[in-house]
Design a protein around this ligand. Sequence first.
Ligand SMILES: [Zn+2]
Length: 117
Amino acid sequence: MFCPGCKTEYREGFSVCADCNIGLVDELPSEPFSEYVEYEEIMVTYNPADVAIIKSILDAEEITYFFHGENFMHVRPLVEPARLMVDKEEAQDARELLRDLNLSIMGINLGQDDDKD
Ligand SMILES: [Zn+2]
């Protein structure tokens, strides 16, 4: 059992977190920032339409990714770009998928690969 608030794990028999006073759950919901996954920024975009296209492509290929700053975009577009963060192990696949696109992306940095592998 886990507390969804503070992430503390409890033994069976507990149903409420002693610290947060909220009900425990069997499993914590998965989160974008997992300690088991290293993310790599592979591109940035100021265009919400590009974000939608990229999402559909990466979803179809089951790439592990998220957009950092996406929510901020909806509030103040063109102020803060959305940064595409991809699981390091899938970053190369994602680059190749996105390389074929003709997106109106500003500040695109596909192909600048500093990785040794
Ligand atoms: Zn708690």
